[in-house]
Design a binder for this molecule. Structure first.
Ligand code: PFF
Length: 516
C-alpha cells in the first residue's frame, strides 16, 4: 500500500531547494575557470545556447517526471522509468544511474565542502595569515589536505574533523526530512548566500587600480580579461563541450536529484514557472556573481602576465590559494575571506543534501522503510565510501570520481531521460503533463526542441566527448604511473556501487511482485 509521501511546505521552499541544489561550488569556482579558459565572453554564446537547448528543457523534463513518479510513490529513476515504460523489464536498471551518479558526486563533493568550512574558520582566526606567497599558501593547503607534512599542519586530523562536522550536518538535514530539513536549510542559506555573494562582488568592483605603480593591473582590465570575447574559440569543439557540460553540472540536471525533489510536489503544482525561477536564480549566481569575483580579483593582484596561469591553475587553486592571498592584501580581509568561504560552504551544503536525497528516497520508497532507518543506512554506507576520497586525494581518486559521476553519468542519464520522456512516454502526453497546473505555457517551439534538438545535441556531446576525453581517460593516458593502482581501485569501487544498487532494484521489484 502506498504510504503518504513527504511534501514541500511552500512553493517558495521548493524553488529555493532546487536553486540550492543548482547554486554550488560549480558556480563560483568551476564556471569562472571554464569561461576564462574557453574564450572569455565568447564562452557565453555556447553557454546560453546550451542553457536554452539543454538546461531549461531538462529542468522542465525532470520536474515533470519527478512529480509524475511521486504520484505513483516513486521518487527515484528506477521506479519513475518503470512507471513510464511498464512493458520494458530492463529500463529500471538504467534508472540506477539516477541514484549512482548523485551518490558518487556526494562522496567527493562533501569532502571539498568541508574544506570551505575549515577555511572560513581559518579566515577569521587568522590561521593562514602568515602565508604570504603562492608557494606558502599552496603548502598550507597541501598540509591541510594531508598531502605533505609542514609547519602549518602535522597531519590530516584538522581536515578530518571538519569533514566529520560537515558530514554530520548533511545527515542531520536529511534526517529532518524534506520540509523540516532541506526546505528549512535552503530558506535560510540561500538568502544568506546571496548576501555574501553580493557583498563580495561590491568589494571586488570597488578595487579600482590598487597599485598606482602598475596602472594596467586594474579592475576594468580584469573584467575585460574575463569578459572580452574571443570569437575564434567558437570554432573549437572543446569549448562547446565545456559549455554544455557546465550547464548540466551547474543546474544539477541530468543526474536524478531534481527528479527526487520534484517527487515531493503535489499533482497540481506548477512546474513550468517554478523550474524557470530556479534556473534564473542559478544563472544570476553563476554569471553575475561567479563571473565577477575570482577572476577579476586575481587579475588586479596578479597582473596581466600571471593571470593566464593563475586562471588555468584549476578551481581549487583559485579558491583556496589565490583568494586567501588576495584577502590578506585588502582592508577587512579577514571579514571578506570569511564571507567568501561561508558563501562556498552555503552553496556546497545546499547542493550536497540534494545529492544525498535520491539514495535515501530510494530506500524509503522501494523498501518501505522509515526515514530514520533509511538515513542511518545511507549515513553508514556513504561515510565508508567517502574515505578513499579523503585519504587518496593525491592519487587521482577525486578526479576519477568526478569524471564518471560528474561528467559521464550526467550526459548519459540526461540522454536516457529525455528520450524516454519524448519518445516512449510520447510528446503529446509529455506536453499535457508539463502543463498540468502550470502558471505559464511553454513556448510551442519547445515541443520540437525537447523531441529532436535536446536528444540530438546530447548524443552529439556523448559521441564527441567520448572520443576526445573518454578514450584517453579510460586508458589512463597522461596519468602518473604511481596513481594507476589507486585509480583502478576507484573504478572497481564504482562498479561495485553500481552492482549493489542494481541488485537492490532487483530485490525491491521481486518483493513487490510477491506483495501484489
Ligand atoms: N550544481 C552544483 C554546483 O554547481 O556546484 C553541483 C551539483 C549538485 C551537481 C547536485 C549535480 C547535482 F545533482
Amino acid at each position: 500500500m502506498a504510504k503518504t509521501r513527504q511534501r514541500w511546505g511552500t512553493r517558495l521552499g521548493v524553488i529555493m531547494a532546487v536553486a540550492g541544489s543548482a547554486v554550488g561550488l560549480g558556480n563560483f569556482l568551476r564556471f569562472p575557470v571554464q569561461a576564462a579558459s574557453n574564450g572569455g565572453g565568447a564562452f557565453l554564446i555556447p553557454y546560453f545556447i546550451s542553457l536554452l537547448l539543454l538546461g531549461i528543457p531538462l529542468m522542465w523534463v525532470e520536474w515533470t517526471l519527478g512529480r509524475y513518479g511521486g504520484g505513483y510513490g516513486h521518487g527515484t529513476a528506477p521506479g519513475i522509468f518503470h512507471t513510464m515504460w511498464q512493458k520494458n523489464r530492463f529500463i529500471k536498471y538504467f534508472g540506477v544511474i539516477g541514484i549512482f551518479g548523485p551518490l558518487v558526486i556526494f562522496i567527493y563533493y562533501t569532502y571539498i565542502e568541508s574544506w570551505t568550512l575549515a577555511y572560513s574558520f581559518f579566515a577569521i582566526t587568522g590561521k593562514y595569515a602568515g602565508a604570504n606567497t603562492e608557494s606558502a599558501m599552496s603548502s598550507f593547503l597541501a598540509g591541510f589536505q594531508g598531502l605533505e607534512r609542514n609547519g602549518y599542519f602535522g597531519s590530516i586530523a584538522q581536515a578530518y574533523i571538519f569533514f566529520l562536522i560537515t558530514f554530520a550536518a548533511n545527515i542531520a538535514v536529511i534526517y529532518y526530512g524534506i520540509k523540516g530539513g532541506v526546505e528549512k536549510l535552503c530558506n535560510i542559506a540561500m538568502p544568506l548566500l546571496f548576501i555574501c555573494g553580493i557583498a563580495l562582488v561590491i568589494r571586488v568592483l570597488s578595487l579600482g587600480s590598487p597599485d598606482p605603480a602598475r596602472p594596467s593591473w586594474s579592475l576594468s582590465n580584469g573584467l575585460a580579461f574575463m569578459w572580452n570575447p574571443d570569437f575564434r574559440a567558437l570554432a573549437s569543439a572543446k569549448v562547446w563541450l565545456a559549455a554544455a557540460g557546465q550547464i548540466l553540472f551547474t543546474l544539477s540536471v541530468g543526474i536524478g536529484v531534481i527528479l527526487t525533489y520534484a517527487s515531493y510536489l503535489s499533482k497540481g503544482d506548477d512546474v513550468v514557472l517554478s523550474g524557470l525561477s530556479a534556473v534564473s536564480m542559478n544563472e544570476f549566481a553563476e554569471v553575475i556573481l561567479g563571473g565577477c569575483i575570482v577572476i577579476p580579483a586575481a587579475f588586479v593582484f596578479f597582473g596581466p602576465e600571471r593571470i593566464g596561469s593563475v586562471a588555468s591553475s584549476g578551481a581549487f587553486n583559485l579558491g583556496f590559494v589565490t583568494m586567501p592571498l588576495i584577502f590578506q592584501k585588502i582592508a577587512m580581509g579577514a571579514f571578506f575571506g570569511c564571507a567568501w568561504f561561508l558563501l562556498l560552504f552555503l552553496a556546497g551544503i545546499t547542493s550536497s543534501v540534494s545529492l544525498a536525497q535520491p539514495a535515501v528516497a530510494f530506500l524509503e520508497d522501494e523498501f518501505d522503510i522509515t526515514r530514520p532507518k533509511a538515513v542511518t543506512i545511507f549515513g553508514i554506507a556513504s561515510f565508508i565510501l567517502c574515505q578513499p576520497a579523503i585519504f587518496f586525494l593525491g592519487k587521482g581518486v577525486v578526479n576519477e570520481l568526478d569524471f564518471w559521476g560528474g561528467t559521464f553519468c550526467l550526459v548519459l542519464f540526461a540522454t536516457i531521460e529525455v528520450v524516454l520522456f519524448a519518445w516512449i512516454f510520447g510528446m503529446n502526453n509529455a506536453w499535457e503533463e508539463i502543463h498540468r497546473g502550470a502558471d505559464m505555457r511553454v513556448p510551442a517551439v519547445y515541443k520540437f526542441i525537447i523531441k529532436y534538438v535536446t536528444p540530438v545535441f546530447l548524443l552529439a556531446i556523448l559521441g564527441s566527448w567520448f572520443i576526445q576525453e573518454g578514450i584517453p581517460t579510460i586508458f589512463m593516458k597522461n596519468m602518473p604511473g604511481s596513481n594507476r593502482p589507486f585509480v583502478f581501485a576507484a573504478r572497481a569501487l564504482l562498479i561495485g556501487i553500481f552492482a549493489v544498487l542494481a541488485i537492490l532494484v532487483k530485490i525491491a521489484w521481486s518483493r513487490k511482485r510477491r506483495v501484489v
